[in-house]
Design a protein around this ligand. Structure first.
Ligand code: PLP
Length: 430
């Protein structure tokens, strides 16, 4: 495919990264179900191991089916290179891994998926890393939190669970001024609704488990690098600016320029951490991603209809959907995600915790699951599930207090979704 900058999103989501299979002519990207690849000869093997030639060595590092997906997501995000991983959480570790050292920290938004709050507040401590959580609507507080040991700033474009929108250009200006990369989790928005790199992000991470696959079949993740960050501007990023002892002294930043992050992630990140996506998983995501724009349009349209109905219902205290004119985040849509505010939001049920539990148990069409971004509409009571490990203060800061449920609005007929919510709300609040 000639994948020049003129091709539109709808074309790229189908063609980017893939061509008819050169060996068989197969039009669909084959599932290359192989662990290893035969070297042409010993010189070829040495060139591959020296990164002097690009090619496949072993599927823990690269696999043609997985590479097709990585290239497609990279095109959709407008990045220089990308690497797929086994899950969204794996992608987050892969993004941080070359940036961090023991004693370093990441400045992170308080409004994040609960699993990410736990990963950053607890689990990364075992690597000697830490996180400082800040309200990203308070730009002065973000700037103040960045210190000499900060190696990344982390936020979600449209934050799970509340659907709140982060002012990415404002946060990018702060991280740029500090010489620190900005990592944006674009899972809930997808590159169809939001382009963090165009707004100033350095790295974009995805849980491809969600909208990119779109049908709830496989877990996966991806890191896309903008290729724009100058890793050599200071001495904070020795993985790129110093001889890399884990790769016979190669200085990745000098040898690979805008592809330094991507090659480091494959040659060292995937090689040594092994959080690799498998080709079957990549296949399911390649199938799903072909219809991303069509699904996202319908997700957004349905979310607006359902959110407006809920906002006008007496049994509901408030609705957090940023696409509602009443939302404090409404003004940010045009700047951050001009095609819509996504399809993920929460609402507060009159009757609090008990009513929320009764509601999730009373729905027929909505599935009560710990997932989002499926064609099916989904619901979860975050405080007792995905955000359960958090303190109540953290839950409230994340927008996942005990009185709210999170909806991931699917692409069904919206009148059926409203009827389902209507009957369940009656049971929950009677
Ligand atoms: N980022 C967001 C916004 C998520 O909602 C999730 C999971 O729900 C993740 C990351 C983690 O993704 P995965 O479950 O694929 O590891």
């Amino acid at each position: 495919m000639t994948d020049g900058p003129t091709l539109g999103f709808d074309t790229l989501q189908i063609h980017a990264g893939a061509a008819p299979d050169p060996a068989t002519g197969a039009r669909q990207t084959p599932i290359y179900q192989t662990t290893a690849y035969v070297f042409r000869d010993a010189d070829h093997a040495a060139a591959l191991f020296n990164l002097a030639e690009v090619g496949n060595i072993y599927s823990r590092l690269t696999n043609p089916t997985v590479s097709a997906l990585a290239e497609r997501i990279t095109h959709l995000e407008g990045g220089a290179g990308g690497v797929c991983c086994s899950s969204g959480h794996a992608a987050q570790i892969m993004a941080l891994f070359p940036l961090m050292q023991p004693g370093c920290n990441v400045v992170a938004s308080t409004r994040l998926y609960g699993g990410t709050v736990t990963q950053l507040s607890q689990t990364i401590k075992r690597f000697g890393w830490s996180a400082k959580f800040v309200d990203f609507d308070d730009e002065a507080a973000v700037a103040a939190a960045i210190d000499d040991n900060t190696r990344a700033v982390f936020c979600e474009s449209v934050a799970n669970p509340g659907g709140y929108i982060t002012d990415i250009p404002a946060i990018a200006a702060i991280s740029d001024a500090a010489g620190v990369p900005l990592i944006v989790d674009n899972t809930s928005a997808t590159p169809y609704l939001c382009n963090p790199i165009a707004l100033g992000a350095t790295l974009v991470v995805h849980s491809t488990t969600k909208y990119l696959t779109g049908n709830g079949t496989v877990t996966g993740g991806c890191v896309v690098d903008s290729g724009k960050f100058d890793w050599l501007q200071n001495d904070k990023f020795p993985s790129f600016s110093q001889p890399e002892p884990a790769y016979h002294g190669l200085v990745f930043g000098e040898a690979l320029g805008p592809m330094a992050f991507t090659f480091h992630s494959i040659a060292i990140g995937l090689r040594d951490l092994g959080m690799t996506m498998n080709p079957q998983g990549a296949h399911y995501t390649l199938m799903g991603i072909e219809t991303l724009s069509l699904r996202m349009q319908k997700h957004v349209e349905n979310a607006r209809i359902v959110a407006e109905w809920l906002e006008n219902d007496d049994r509901v205290d408030y609705v957090t959907y940023a696409g509602l004119k009443s939302s404090p985040y409404y003004e940010r849509i045009e700047k951050v995600c001009p095609k819509g505010a996504g399809a993920l939001f929460t609402f507060a049920v009159k009757g609090g915790y008990d009513a929320c539990i009764k509601l999730v148990d009373s729905l027929d069409i909505f599935s009560h699951v710990a997932n989002l971004g499926d064609t099916r509409s989904l619901i979860i009571h975050s405080a007792s599930t995905t955000h359960r490990q958090l303190t109540e203060d953290q839950q409230i800061a994340a927008g996942a207090g005990p009185n709210v449920v999170r909806l991931s609005i699917g692409i069904e007929d919206p009148k059926d979704l409203i009827a389902d919510l209507d009957q369940a709300l009656s049971k929950a609040t009677s």
